[in-house]
Structures are given as C-alpha cells and as structure tokens.
Ligand binder design. Structure first.
Ligand code: WTA
Length: 647
C-alpha cells in the first residue's frame, strides 16, 4: 500500500492565475460558510435575480425532517438562466453548442437570445397543450437542445419536469409516469447514438398502454416513421407553428418544486427525488462558478446525459445560470472511432471537459494515439464524476489528455445533493489521484462507524453530512416518510449518503463506493433490488439475488444469482432469454453481466439471503467469506463456489 500523503499532484502554477478562488480564499470562505451560514448564502444568492429577495435564508431541521432555503424569496430560474443574460446585453453570446451524433452532421450554435425565443416557444406550446403550473411533465428526449428547451420551458411556466433517461424501457417510463401522475410527455420520434436509432416515441406508446396521459408532444428529429395517436399526440413543429415568441416567466416561491428525478435506492422501486427552485438555483450557480472556475467566453463540455442529475445541474442549470457556453453532445465516445471525444474537444476548442471514469477507462484501453492526434491545447480543466476514479485512470487522464499540466477535479455528489459536495478547487488545492478532496462551501462531512459513533481525524467509515445546504433534495415525491427513512433514520439527525469513505491525515476525502445495495455500473446508479424484481417476474425464475462485482471498464458489473422453478433446467438459451428480459423490463443499462444458475441461495435460518457471501463469491474472493455458521445449509456455499469457478 502506498502512503496517501506521497501521492500529491501539485496544481499547476498557472491554475492559480485569475481563478475565482485561491487556497487562502477557499479557507476563509469555507470557514465563513459554516460560522455565518446565513450571511454567506445571502451573499451568494445576490448573483440571482429575485422577484422578491429572501430574508429568511436557512430554515431546516433533520429531526423532524423539514428543509427550506430562501423560503420567502420569489424568482424564476428560467429567467435567471436565460432572459437575464439577454437583458444584460449578452444576447449574442452562445449558450449552447450542439454536436450531433454524426460527425458530418450540422453543428448548431444557439445564442442566449435564440435560447430565450426557443424556450418561450416551447413554453407557449406546453401551455397551448393544457399544461398548468404545478403539473408534472415527463421529458424523454435525445441529447438535443430541445431537451434543454423542454426543461427550461417547464421551469418558465412553473411546471415540474421529470426527465427520464432515453435508455429506459417502456415499463420504466410507465412506472415513473404513474408515480408522479404526469399527464404530459415530451419526446422525439427517435434518438440517435453511435448511428443506432432509439425508438423513443414507440417506447412512449408502449408505456402509455399501461398508464394514461393527456398529451404527447413529439419533436421531429431523425424523421423516422412513428405512429401518431389522434387527439393525444402532437408534432412539435405543427403545434408550435402559431405560438408567440414571447412568454412571461411565472413568479415561483423559492420552495416551489422545480423537478423530480427518479433514482435508485437499496430497496423498492426508484424514488422521485424532488428539488425546489431557489436553493437549487443558488447551489448550482455557486458550485458551477467555483468548481469549474468558469471564465467568460470559455467552452464548457459535460458529456453526461440530461436524463441524469449531472446533466440537469451541469449541462443545463449551472452553466446557463452563469451565462456560460455549454456543449451538448448527442453521440457516444467510440463512434465513429475511439477518438470522438478528443475530436470534439479539438473541433470546438473546449476549455473545460467533464466526464465519467468509465469513459476514461474505456478510452484509455484504446491507446494514446487516439488522443495525441488531436490538438487539445485549449483544455485547461478536466473533471470526473459518477463513481470513484482509480489512480491509474486518473494518471492517464492527467498525463495523456491533460499533458500533465491541467488540474483535475474529482467531484463527489449525488442526485439527492443537487450539486457538487466534495472536490478540490482548481486554483486552491493540490490533488491526490483517487481522492475527491475537500468539502465545498457549507458542507460538513462526517464519518461514522456502523453504530453511529463519530470518527475523528484520519479514519474510514460511513459518510454522513451533518448540516443542510441549499441544493439538498427536499423530499421523495409523494412519500416524505420514505425520504426520512432512507436518508435520516440510519443515523438520526444526519443525512446518510449511502457511501463509504476514508479521510486521510490531510483532511482529503476518498470515496470508497456504496455501502448499501446500490451498485454503480458505468456511472449509472442501480438498485440491486430493481434487477431482482425484474428477474423474478420471469415465469421460470423462482428467486434472484443480485450483487455488484469489480469490472475493469464499468467499475461494477451486474452479477445475478438465479434459482429456477421446479422442473426448469438452466441453459445458455435461458440465460440469454433472462438477459433480454431484464433489458426489456428496465433498459439496456441493467443488462446482467453474469448469470449464475444455482439450486439454492445462502440463507440464514430466518430466511434472509446472505448477500455478503454472494458478493465475495462474485468477486472470486473465497478466503474472506467470514462466518457461515448462521447459514441454514452451509453446503450451499460450496456449490456456489464450484459454480463460480466453472464459469
Ligand atoms: C457515486 C451522480 C466517487 C457515489 C452525480 C454516489 C462518486 C453516487 C463520485 C451518486 C465521485 C458520484 N467519486 N463516487 N467523484 N461521484 N459517485 O445519484 O457512490 O447518479 O453515492 O449522482 O455515485 O450517483 P448519482
């Protein structure tokens, strides 16, 4: 084991020039954000245009759980992300750059003035369809500017958006539409990724056979053939043909809901995490400003999809609230070749590049030539998000992509946190490959042992946050009790993140991964329980237990133990059928990597599946199975090990 303190990578000296924050400034601001939290956040909130300025800044409790920020303020976040910049004379500045899937396709540059017109037209179209303030609008779109327009249009008229990642199946869409009772859907004919089409409209049609919706607005994107249901489905270009270019922004209370985003937990179906308007605006504006150290005129590119929180906070809201120029990429890293990311960076002279470790690992494997054949001298900051980055991938990102002279920010955060919580700041901190770094302003991380005992100094434990921050999720939509149970009951009075973490002697935080039954596959968060429920829905499956296991590229792979009903025999065909079944039930991102048929699962005498043992076997780590004496039938373990070794 190498000593963590010898792992320092010093920030380049140029990183301190003209940055928003030096080490001294960080330390002073961090101290003030805790000592005078209200004063600090009132000051950050001044960069937002308020219709009514808030006087009540923080107003929260973790026991009982009731979280409010800027509660008596009124604002519209779309006005702040769009109109405000036009009114300040920046209408000609580029807001979004669109890079299509096809490298020979048409790039689009959308100015802030155009963005205002497009978002207003989309907002007027939603109003014409019948959408009202407070209604939930489901957005199931490809990575095209219209996806961002739809989100901002909802915010403009006070509707609550619920974006669903384009890789989810009809069943997953139906579940989410039903959970938040969304009458309205915005989608496109088809999506396009790596030259393959994704049948978005057909998926919506299949979902709406299970749940009703009043209307579907369809963007013509690929021009592919889709069925349109009379009276329910509307082409966007037709319905919007006669709407005005202007649409007023609805005044919203700071605590009015802005969006719902479904995410996986350790149990049950995905939760609709709810974010509200004022705190989220201040949090994404402030984190984007300091973490990415954005400078006017720069081109910023986050490779996430708007279907995930990273796309919400750091493609749409954070950058646009800062008047930045954000690139939206429709495609994938390996189409038409493994150099696409670097070709796009070169083509658009990207200054700030933000991606996930899984992409870095996959591209690293393809060799340096894909990187070195492009001019990447415009890049001055690299970012990582979504899962722990292994030091080897970090080094390659730093040395080969960043030519050893560009700082890396490794930003730890979650759907529930709304924005970055732990990261180094480019002009303030030296880095350690594999460590996220230091807490952002206002964030109080705490490590606790399994009994809730607080660990001080250098230690490893479960990561909690002891004080609220403006961008924190307020509830689970329609189920506040589930919110309380999931996040605030394990360690009473604290927000429990579900992550394990080590703090070293320099106060740097190292996220070690989930300690619950959530797995992180290619940076996509998934509940093992969701995959299990999908498997047991199959008529031949009796029981299923799903665990994560280390995977070179994906970070974690999906390992499924399956017992079959009496009379059914395991076979390669059945394995293929079950894989296809899970894809259909949840979506391609949930495709099992390993299917392990077994006559029985290891259970305690009270019938509880011993997942710890299943995890170890999946990891091929048989020496550390621990105590198996509480098993009802210890011989099950030997059979499982044999089954694993025969694979
Ligand atoms: C993991 C994505 C290590 C973590 C923004 C967290 C990370 C989960 C990092 C949230 C990071 C995210 N280092 N782990 N820099 N960023 N994670 O909700 O386990 O999709 O709990 O939000 O991803 O995933 P989510």
């Amino acid at each position: 084991m190498s000593d963590a303190t010898s792992e320092w990578v010093r920030k380049p000296s140029a990183a301190g020039e003209g940055t928003a924050c030096t080490l001294e400034e960080y330390e002073a601001m961090y101290a003030r954000s805790l000592d005078d939290s209200d004063g600090f956040w009132a000051e950050q909130a001044e960069r937002i245009d308020w219709i009514e300025k808030p006087s009540n800044i923080a107003d929260w409790s973790y026991d009982p759980v009731d979280i409010k920020w800027f509660a008596d303020g009124k604002l519209n976040i779309c006005h702040n992300a769009v109109d405000r910049h036009v009114e300040a004379g920046h209408g000609n500045r580029t807001a979004l750059i669109f890079e299509p899937d096809d490298p020979d396709g048409a790039t689009r540059h959308i100015t802030y003035a155009e963005l205002r017109r497009e978002v207003s037209r989309m907002a007027n179209t939603l109003l014409k369809m019948g959408v009202a303030k407070g209604d939930r609008v489901t957005i199931y779109m490809p990575m095209v500017p219209e996806g961002a327009y739809a989100m901002l249009a909802c915010a403009r008229i006070g509707a609550i958006h619920s974006v669903i990642f384009g890789g989810f199946s009809p069943d997953a869409i139906a579940g989410r539409v039903e959970d938040c009772k969304s009458d309205w859907i915005v989608t496109a004919d088809e999506g396009l990724r790596g030259s393959k089409t994704i049948p978005l409209k057909a998926n919506v049609d299949a979902a709406l056979e299970k749940v009703p919706a009043k209307a579907v607005l369809v963007l013509r994107h690929t021009g592919g053939n889709v069925a349109m249901k009379d009276g329910r489905d509307h082409w966007y270009h037709e319905l919007s043909a006669d709407v005005p270019d202007e649409c007023p922004c609805e005044p919203m209370g700071a605590e009015d809901p802005l969006f719902i985003l479904y995410t996986s937990g350790s149990t049950g179906k995905p939760k609709g995490v709810l974010h509200t308007t004022g705190g989220y605006a201040v949090w994404t504006e402030t984190t984007f400003r300091y973490v990415f150290d954005y400078r006017e005129g720069e081109i910023y590119w986050c490779t996430a999809d708007i279907g995930w929180v990273t796309g919400h906070s750091y493609i749409v809201y954070g950058p646009l609230l800062n008047g930045a120029t954000a690139l939206m990429f429709e495609g994938v890293p390996n189409y038409p070749d493994h150099d696409r990311f670097w070709a796009v960076c070169d083509k658009h002279k990207v200054n700030i590049f933000y991606t996930a470790p899984t992409a870095i690992r996959a591209l690293m494997r393809e060799g340096d030539a894909h990187v070195t054949k492009h001019d990447l001298s415009s890049i001055r900051l690299l970012g990582s998000v979504g899962e722990p980055i292994n030091p080897e991938a970090w080094r390659w990102y730093h040395d080969t992509v960043g030519k050893g002279s560009v700082p890396i920010i490794d930003t730890w955060w979650q759907t529930e946190t709304g924005g970055t919580m732990i990261t180094t700041l480019p002009g303030a901190h030296d880095m350690k490959p594999g460590s996220a770094g230091k807490p952002f302003f206002g964030i109080c991380p705490q490590l606790v042992d399994n009994d809730g005992g607080v660990l001080e100094g250098a230690a490893s434990g479960n990561l909690c946050i002891t004080r609220s921050w403006p961008g924190q999720a307020r509830t689970v939509y329609g189920d506040h009790e589930r919110f309380v149970q999931t996040y605030f009951s394990t360690y009473k009075g604290k927000y429990f993140t579900g992550d394990g973490c080590r703090r070293d002697e320099d106060g740097y935080y190292w996220i070690t991964g989930r300690v619950d039954d959530v797995i992180n596959v290619s940076g996509h968060r998934m509940g093992t329980a969701e995959v299990e429920s999908a498997l047991v829905l199959h008529e031949k499956v009796s029981e299923a237990a799903v665990v994560g296991y280390p995977h070179d590229i994906k970070g974690q792979g999906i390992y499924c133990y399956v017992t079959l009903k009496v009379g059914e025999e395991p076979s390669d065909d059945l394995a293929a059928e079950l894989r296809a079944w899970v894809r259909k039930e949840i979506g391609p991102i949930a495709t099992p990597d390993h299917l392990h048929f077994t006559p029985a699962l290891p259970k305690t005498r009270s019938g509880k599946i011993m997942r710890r043992i299943l995890r170890k076997i999946a990891e091929n780590d048989y020496g550390a199975l621990g105590d198996t004496s509480t098993l009802a039938d210890p011989s099950v373990v030997d059979a499982l090990i044999e089954g694993r070794q025969n694979r």
